[in-house]
Design a binder for this molecule. Structure first.
Ligand code: NAG
Ligand code: NAG
Ligand code: NAG
Ligand code: NAG
Length: 318
């Protein structure tokens, strides 16, 4: 009788232990299996990279009711997003979810069931989603082959070893504190040169490298048609048009990102361990200059190209 009671207690204890472990580990996942979901309603329902550098899940701005499915730097103070599924179409703070469907497609649905975003993977070979230590959200088959990756669909940010190729572009946010697509882009031109371009409703213009100079004066070349660029883990950015950039804190062990900001400038940032804040360690355009003439009434800033000529690039007032 006595040993039975003991056995019973022991079993209960084990069960309690199992459930406490289960609930402690069921929130922050290393992977999401086909058929499983992440819900916006559970603020702790995330995917994290094995080294915890990156988190993937529902991201919001301040106290707004709008959520984005995103990957962000876990240790940055403002949870800086490096990729977003739905930058132009946020979802509701209740009832939205990301689900890997039985057919292998990862989908983001809003509260009413509308599919807001989906991957181009319709193969039951998709087994799991996970976030790599590089910040790349991937869908893998059981053998570990990558079938889809967020690195192929950049928003405004390039991470170390995220290859930037001819069909990709980085697009700025429309204004400070917004994620909506803006007017400034980074991409390779048809002449093989990596450029910053402003595409406003009225005009389209190149503003970096300096459009007043020829390609060689700007330190570039146009003969290499491979059109590929990347940031390495030392803070060097190398492009097939011979552009080479060194972050001012060049060296290993620092978390960096290259972002086209809402003001149209392209910058490399380094994360400060102690504060979780970002430091600018390189930027394409150095001096902001005075506002152009009366034509641009909505303009509150323009960009210099390094020469005294002011380009027609402008941002909307906040
Ligand atoms: C999905 O898109 C990526 C990137 O554009 C492409 O490489 C891949 O072939 C596409 N997959 C399918 C199944 O269409
Ligand atoms: C073109 O650029 C690629 C990538 O940077 C490089 O590997 C290749 O050697 C370059 N080709 C020439 C002819 O410079
Ligand atoms: C960047 O640093 C390398 C050394 O690692 C140097 O050879 C190169 O000239 C530097 N480039 C620039 C643009 O400062
Ligand atoms: C930040 O922390 C990492 C590892 O924790 C370390 O390797 C790196 O040197 C630190 N960077 C700075 C700038 O303190």
């Amino acid at each position: 009788m006595r040993s039975q009671t003991l056995e019973c207690f022991y079993l209960l204890f084990l069960l309690a232990l199992f459930f406490s472990f289960h609930s402690a580990t069921s929130k922050s996942h290393l992977q999401l299996k086909r058929g499983a979901s992440l819900s916006v309603d559970d603020a702790s329902d995330f995917l994290t990279s094995p080294d915890n550098s990156f988190t993937c899940g529902f991201h919001n701005l301040g106290s707004s009711n709008a959520y984005w499915f995103a990957v962000w730097f876990t240790n940055s103070k403002d949870k800086t997003a490096v990729w977003m599924a739905n930058r132009d179409r946020p979802v509701n703070s209740h009832g939205s979810e990301v689900h890997i469907r039985g057919d292998g497609t990862m989908i983001l649905t809003d509260v009413d069931g509308t599919v807001v975003w989906q991957t181009n993977t319709t193969t039951t070979d998709v087994a799991i989603a996970k976030v790599l230590n590089s910040g790349n959200l991937v869908l893998e088959n059981p053998q570990g082959d990558i079938l889809w990756q967020s690195f192929d669909f950049p928003t405004d940010t390039l991470l170390p070893f995220q290859t930037f190729t001819k069909n990709k572009r980085l697009t700025s946010a429309l204004r400070k504190g917004s994620y909506e697509s803006g007017y400034f882009n980074l991409n390779f031109g048809s002449d093989n040169v990596l450029r910053l371009i402003s595409d406003t409703p009225d005009t389209s213009s190149n503003y970096w490298p300096n459009p007043d100079f020829d390609v060689y004066t700007n330190g570039r070349t146009n003969y290499n048609s491979s059109r590929v660029a990347f940031l390495d883990d030392m803070g060097r950015f190398l492009s097939s048009d011979r552009l080479q950039i060194n972050a001012s804190d060049m060296g290993y062990g620092i978390k960096r990102r290259m972002t086209i900001d809402f003001d149209g400038n392209l910058r490399i940032y380094s994360l400060m361990n102690s504060t979780g804040l970002w430091e600018i360690t390189w930027q394409a355009l150095l001096q902001p200059c005075s506002v152009l003439g009366a034509v641009r009434k909505k303009c509150n800033m323009c960009l210099c190209t390094g020469s005294s000529v002011c380009m027609s690039s402008w941002i909307r007032g906040e």
